[in-house]
Design a protein around this ligand. Structure first.
Ligand code: MSP
Length: 513
């Protein structure tokens, strides 16, 4: 993947037909971790999220709530903003498709596609699923429903079409010359074989409802919600002002992170629309898997929807962030399980990470008068642990470039495991009497390793990691990846440290008394 200073990462924009659930929190969490990592790594980041507010599905939800669509979308969109605060997400911008800047961008994109000869007026007769906001061919239906299980309805109306069929060859050539375009790789194969089978022109306007962006010059039609929604990724960069600073700096996007259910829209339709308008496709689309709840599909009718606010209240914010990204290889499906959440909180966070920090800082407090000890003369064991700490960033960086977030976490937790083995083997509590200078060296090595660990876990667990860096008295300006490694900014011997306090509490079952 080519390197540039700027880095643009996006979440899908969320339908405001319902309040946020774990699926939404998950996608934005992954993007937040990527964005924070890249910022700490010195990249200039633009991280975008927002809400998808037009279309039949949202119009229907507003009607059911007895509200005007605009008032309804204002209300639900606010719930998505609230989630950003609750989960400590750090977007640079939040776009709503009802905003003026977006409407202008969509109408301009439409006009460009018309000018290129890629849009024609026809008549659509076929199946439509409001829940999926997608058209389906008769041959795709399974027992009278969409392949996703969503109900479909027969639609017959005048419609504008996009000449998607004309893009088959161009798309295939593009995929071939961009072997990293879709991740994980298995998903890329699905996309390529879908396009190889041949593409039908796509209906891109509707006349039977009003809640959408009018087609320029033909206001009886509203623009298909997916043409509208996908455009958010460029309207937030100031499109149509392609010479503007934002657009020039950040387009094409480095990665659109999405769920696997909306891959076709992002990896087939979106690059085709962009090509039709003379714009570059994004660099990469990464599709993550879906969560189930204790083995069951999550659905409103089953009443097992997971509310992210409840997770944070019950398990803690960083615990939730950690669990969601550690439990499942990013890209695969996952099953949310309370038991496994508790195991990870207690073993990996409280014991492995938390106790390491607590033990080391408590010893520094007792043996070194609460000041960063003097490294003195390093022995090969110390150098080996420090080398591992110094090399951790490079290993994580490679995984983060490929959105292998779980692998990046494995690296840093491998380092934690190494530090725990080292502390047991060196036994500084015994050295303290036999060889106090050696005890100081060991504790310095551990403190320096913990500084690396905490800086590297900042993107994943910003608050807890920040507290550990507080306990090490690391100044704000040194909380970046530049401060790591052999050439970084090691802890200064003699620096006074605040009294240690535990950072990762154990989870105690509510009914355990
Ligand atoms: N509005 C469209 C996206 C337009 S992007 C130009 C949309 N919105 S959505 O609100 O329905 O879904 C947003 C994301 O949530 C999708 O990426 C979807 O995969 C994800 N999830 C919804 N349920 C999920 C799970 N149970 N598990 C994980 N992610 C899931 O689609």
């Amino acid at each position: 993947m080519s390197q540039r200073d700027a880095f643009y990462v996006t979440t899908p924009i969320y339908y405001v037909n319902d309040v946020p659930h774990i699926g939404h929190a998950y996608t934005t969490l992954a993007c937040d971790v990527i964005a924070r990592f890249m910022r700490l790594d010195g990249r200039r980041v633009h991280f975008l999220t927002g809400t998808d507010e037009h279309g039949q599905k949202v119009e229907k939800a507003a009607r059911e709530a007895g509200m005007e669509p605009k008032a309804f979308t204002d209300q639900v969109s606010e719930r998505f903003r609230e989630l950003l605060r609750v989960m400590d997400f750090s977007p640079d911008d939040f776009i709503r498709t009802t905003e003026e800047r977006h409407v202008r961008a969509v109408q301009t994109l439409w006009t460009r596609m018309v000018e290129g000869g890629w849009i024609y007026l026809g008549k659509y007769a076929g199946w439509y699923s409001v829940r999926d906001e997608a058209y389906y061919a008769e041959s795709e239906l399974v027992d009278g429903r969409a392949p996703t299980g969503a109900p479909v309805e027969w639609v017959e109306e005048p419609s504008y079409f996009f000449r998607l069929s004309a893009f088959q060859e161009r798309l295939l050539r593009f995929y071939e010359s961009h072997p990293d375009f879709v991740g994980p790789a298995t998903r890329f194969n699905e996309v390529v074989s879908f396009v190889r089978q041949g593409l039908q022109d796509l209906s891109i306007s509707r006349t039977t409802f009003r809640w959408g962006i009018p087609v320029p010059g033909d206001p009886a039609h509203v623009i298909y919600v997916w043409v509208d929604a996908l455009t958010n990724y460029i309207s937030a960069l100031g499109y149509p002002d392609v010479d503007g600073e934002l657009f020039r700096t950040f387009w094409p996007a480095d990665v659109h992170v999405i769920g696997k259910d909306i891959l076709r829209f992002h990896a087939v339709y979106w690059p085709a629309f962009l090509m039709a308008a003379g714009l570059e496709p994004p660099r990469r689309v990464f599709a993550h898997g879906w969560w189930t709840n204790e083995g069951q599909k999550i659905s409103k009718s089953l009443g097992n929807v997971i509310d992210p606010h409840a997770l944070v209240a019950r398990y803690g914010l960083d615990q939730t962030r950690y669990y969601l990204l550690r439990e499942v290889p990013f890209g695969q499906d996952g099953d949310f399980r309370h038991e496994s959440m508790v195991r990870r909180i207690n073993h990996e966070l409280a014991n492995d990470y938390g106790n390491l920090v607590q033990r080391v800082l408590a010893m520094i407090r007792r043996y070194c008068e609460g000041r960063v000890p003097d490294p003195g003369e390093l022995a090969p064991d110390d150098e080996a642990l420090l080398a591992r700490a110094h090399n951790c960033l490079a290993a994580m960086r490679a995984h983060m470039e490929a959105q292998a977030l779980h692998r990046a976490l494995d690296e840093v937790f491998g380092l934690i495991g190494e530090a725990n083995r080292y502390v047991d083997a060196m036994a500084p509590w015994a050295l303290r009497r036999s060889d106090p200078a050696r005890a100081a060296t060991v504790l310095w090595t551990l403190a320096e390793t913990i500084r690396h660990v905490a800086t590297l876990t900042l993107p994943f667990m910003p608050q807890s990691s920040g507290r550990i860096l507080d306990l090490l008295a690391v100044p704000a300006a040194a909380r970046t990846f530049r401060a790591l490694g052999a050439e970084g900014q090691p802890l200064r011997p003699g620096t006074p440290l605040p009294p240690p306090s535990p950072v990762f509490p154990r989870y105690v079952e509510e009914d355990a008394g």
